[in-house]
Design a protein around this ligand. Structure first.
Ligand code: DAH
Length: 340
């Protein structure tokens, strides 16, 4: 290749893209000038020095020509871009803005309420040991309470957690010498459950735990009231009914006054549909931490007491946003989800 041929090839490029192709052909890894330089080594010794000098000269000439042409084409491209009138009224590229999921909205509100009361957010694993999920919570292998929380077992004896209550155990074990404890723990749980409008095989819970000296059921009720007022609005009332959980004593079921009929059970002279005319909505379980559970994690139940609770944020979201079927929350249905 002569210097003139190189010059013609380079100036023949009419755009930056074409010039790039020419560059690769000439001085790229497999370019003709690169090859020429490589072949110098194969020549008889007597010819090597002059052939090497020639190959280098052509390569330098090509690089200089490429550089010059690049500058010319680049300047021309900029000029043509600048001379195109800019339409400031043209619609821009709009990005679809995402939004938080309704269950996340409820969880965030709950966490905000507890954060204001000095709680920490604690996390736990979704795959749990039987000990943390059941035994340490006073639910031995043969206990009927296991039946209500049947799930899928994994090899090695672990299981997808059936509730967030195992986080109580983990947190107490880790902080038994660092009391008081005030935590909430939101997360997913799993059960062997037939699906319907109110049940799903996987759902969220939010667990709460307080351990300190002198904690009483009155503290639990006040806390639950603050939580329900925070998430369902001023004027919401809370009532506790006796229930049974192996890990609390006494155990209670918590109801909040119905958000539709304000606890009257009546809407426009007819029975309220949301609460079936009772005026109350069942929202979750709670109680005073069982002394045996405290002992299981090495906390002295004579000196310390505590309360715990567990709720389903999907149920709260369903009530708050008037959603009739909790399965809607987890379907990929944007017509539904985009309402939030
Ligand atoms: N773990 C219970 C459930 O999944 C809810 C619950 C009840 C949690 C009472 C608690 C509690 O911490 O004290 O149904």
């Amino acid at each position: 290749m002569t210097e003139e041929q190189i010059r013609l090839a380079v100036t023949g490029a009419k755009s930056l893209d074409q010039l790039e192709l020419v560059r690769v052909e000439l001085v790229g890894r497999k370019g003709s000038l690169t090859e020429q330089l490589r072949r110098v080594g194969d020549l008889p010794a007597a010819e090597r020095s002059s052939a090497g000098a020639e190959a280098n000269r052509l390569r330098l000439a090509a690089e200089a020509a490429l550089k010059l042409r690049f500058a010319e084409l680049r300047a021309a491209a900029t000029k043509s871009e600048l001379s195109t009138p800019l339409d400031l009224t043209a619609p821009g590229v709009t990005l679809a803005l995402g939004h938080r999921h309704p269950v996340s909205l409820v969880l965030d509100e709950l966490i905000e309420v507890f954060w204001q009361m000095g709680y920490q957010v604690a996390d736990g694993p979704e795959v749990e040991t039987e000990w943390h999920n059941f035994e340490a919570l006073n639910i031995p292998e043969t206990h009927p309470a296991r039946d209500m929380q049947d799930t899928f077992y994994l090899e090695g004896g672990n299981l997808p957690r059936t509730h967030t209550s195992g986080v109580q155990i983990r947190f107490m074990q880790a902080h038994k010498d660092d009391l008081p404890i005030r935590i909430v723990s939101p997360g997913k749980v799993y059960r062997n459950e037939d699906e319907d409008a109110r049940h799903s095989w996987s759902f969220y819970q939010i667990e709460g735990l307080v351990v300190d000296e002198g904690i009483s059921l009155a503290d639990l009720k006040g806390t639950l009231e603050a939580m329900m007022v925070g998430v369902l609005g001023e004027g919401t009332k809370v009532r506790l009914r006796p229930n049974y959980f192996p890990y609390t004593e006494p155990s209670v079921e918590m109801d909040a006054s119905c958000v539709i009929c304000s606890g009257t059970g009546v809407v426009d002279g007819a029975s309220c549909k949301l609460c079936s005319g009772t005026g109350w909505l069942e929202l979750g379980g709670a109680g005073m931490v069982h002394p045996q559970v405290l002992r299981n994690v090495g906390i002295d139940p004579v000196r310390y007491s505590g309360f715990a609770f567990g709720f389903g944020p999907e149920r709260i979201a369903a009530i708050k946003y008037n959603v009739g079927d909790v399965r809607e929350f987890w379907r990929p249905n944007f017509n539904f989800l985009d309402q939030f």
